[in-house]
Design a protein around this ligand. Structure first.
Ligand code: SF4
Length: 502
């Protein structure tokens, strides 16, 4: 009986650590708001070596924000896949779901090498200039699911009792489906995602082949097979007395459930080779090579200039390589105007942020999307510099505008514009003087507040297009010309005409 207590303690300590990390993830997620957002909310991503390596390769520059992830790499060289067993919040959620599953469907799938092939695919496509890490990284999948699924539900429920604004996102069905499938695959085998598909687990698995500490069998094992049956990742072959360190997630179950205390965690420099077939290896190499050009050309919907990126977004190619599709920018957007793309930016641009001005414009004093972006896909700009970024231009549709079409007085867009880029000017027609709105394209930043407030039913009579958008990898957006224009405008001095209507 004396040996039972420390065994149980191992079990509870691991659960406690897992719950603490899951709690931290949820806490940081809740704290990712317009008023509290900052770099700390990106903590988990900064410790993720898969994001760090793949994005650095695809972007052709070291992503300094991810340097902390080297700690995880070094930790795995010592302890193996401890991240999967103790830290990964998605792994913990899968464990919780697995606990509730009493009966499994036995399909006898042999997919454990798929995760290594996915890892190779990610490396090859990154070398060719395309990042697909956002589709497979567990932390990104979890963050995106929380943002696009759980956050709207939570704000809706809170809104029933408080004044909380209800956040809604368009077309999030696929995100929900992926999340449920990952949790539901526990019906096939425990930790199905971790043992078969997770490329971050595969990366830690490759490192763990060479880890200092490993689980191993000393001689006294009597091959009762208990460890093999309870191992959630099928890492143990008890008859051969082998534990595959690339599969082992340090869950400690074999350690506390072995009746003879036959399994030990100790310094062990032996490694076992990978058993990946050449043909499957070639398939993932080939997939990596064709994926980049294919996703650039396929399924690209032309939006007639309606793809409006948040202010400070990098040029489109860099943006698509660095954006994690995590949705943090959308969560902090105070107007809910940032929405996930579907296929507007190609298949690799799915779930990247776009401004939908009809839902909400870009507030003049808000620079939160750039502040919370974990990778710099949206540059971190000061509040002042952000006001100088042009993300598009508003265009008036004279056929829909009630001031133009019905000769009525409507100054709403003029009043909504924080940059004074819209002027209501007198026009004399048939001896009648009428007020009509005009947009000055040089002062208009494309913030879309006019479009969001236009009182017309259906599509607004003033709409923002990405005409004249500015996207820089580096350098300032503040120019002397822009300062001069704004100064003239504030002093109500005449500036050369720049009015446009459709
Ligand atoms: S732009 Fe940044 S914050 Fe927004 S989804 Fe992409 S990585 Fe996340």
């Amino acid at each position: 009986m004396a040996a039972e207590k420390p065994k149980k303690r191992h079990r509870y300590i691991r659960w406690l650590i897992q719950i603490l990390f899951l709690g931290l993830f949820i806490y940081l997620f809740i704290q990712t708001t317009y008023s509290t957002a900052g770099r700390i909310q990106t903590l988990f991503f900064r410790f993720d070596p898969l994001i760090f390596i793949i994005l650095s390769i695809a972007y052709r520059a070291v992503l300094t924000a991810g340097l902390l992830s080297i700690i995880m790499i070094l930790g795995s060289f010592v302890f193996g896949r401890f991240f999967c067993g103790f830290i990964c919040p998605l792994g913990t959620m899968i464990d919780i779901c697995d606990l509730t599953i009493k009966k499994r469907i036995s399909l006898h799938l042999r997919l454990k090498n798929t995760k290594f092939l996915l890892l190779i695919f990610l490396f090859i496509s990154a070398l060719l200039g395309g990042s697909f890490v956002h589709f497979f990284d567990p932390l990104v999948i979890l963050e995106r699911s929380f943002t696009l699924i759980i956050h709207p539900v939570a704000t809706y429920l809170l809104g029933l009792f408080t004044m909380t604004a209800n956040y809604q996102y368009t077309e999030t069905f696929i995100v929900l489906a992926i999340f449920l499938i990952i949790l539901g695959t526990g019906f096939i085998e425990p930790r199905f995602w971790c043992r078969n598909l997770c490329p971050l687990g595969a990366l830690f698995g490759v490192i763990s082949k060479f880890s200092v500490f490993k689980f191993s069998f000393p001689e006294k094992c009597r091959a009762c097979n208990i460890c093999e049956r309870i191992c959630p990742t099928n890492a143990i072959k008890s008859e051969l007395k082998k534990i595959d360190s690339a599969e082992c997630i340090d869950c400690l179950r074999c350690l506390y459930e072995c009746p003879d205390n036959a399994i030990k965690y100790k310094v062990d420099f032996r490694t076992t080779p990978f058993d990946i077939k050449k043909r499957t290896l070639l398939v993932s190499l080939g997939a990596g090579i064709v994926a980049v050009p294919l996703t650039r050309s396929l399924l690209h919907k032309k939006l007639n200039g309606r793809l409006i990126r948040p202010p400070g977004s990098l040029p489109e190619k860099d943006f698509l390589n660095l954006c994690l599709h995590c949705g943090k920018c959308m969560k902090v957007c105070p107007t809910n105007g940032l929405q996930p793309c579907i296929l507007e930016a190609g298949i690799n641009g799915i779930w990247t942020p776009k401004l939908v001005p009809r839902i909400g414009g870009c507030e003049k004093n808000c620079n939160m999307c750039g502040s919370v972006c974990p990778t710099g896909a949206i540059r971190r700009l000061s509040s002042e510099e952000k006001t100088f970024v042009k993300i598009g231009t508003a265009v008036i549709d004279k056929n829909r505008c009630i001031a133009w079409e019905q000769d009525k007085v409507c100054l709403i867009c003029d009043e909504a514009c924080p940059y004074n880029a819209i002027s209501s000017l007198n026009e004399t027609i048939h001896n009648k003087t009428l007020l009509r709105p005009f947009v000055d394209e040089r002062l208009c930043t494309g913030c879309g507040l006019c479009e969001s407030r236009c009182p017309i039913e259906g599509p607004a009579a003033i709409r923002v297009f990405s005409i004249g958008e500015e996207r820089k990898r580096s350098g300032t957006y503040i120019t002397e010309e822009k300062i001069r224009l704004r100064a003239c405008q504030e002093k109500k001095e005449d500036i050369p005409s720049g009015f446009i209507t459709e």
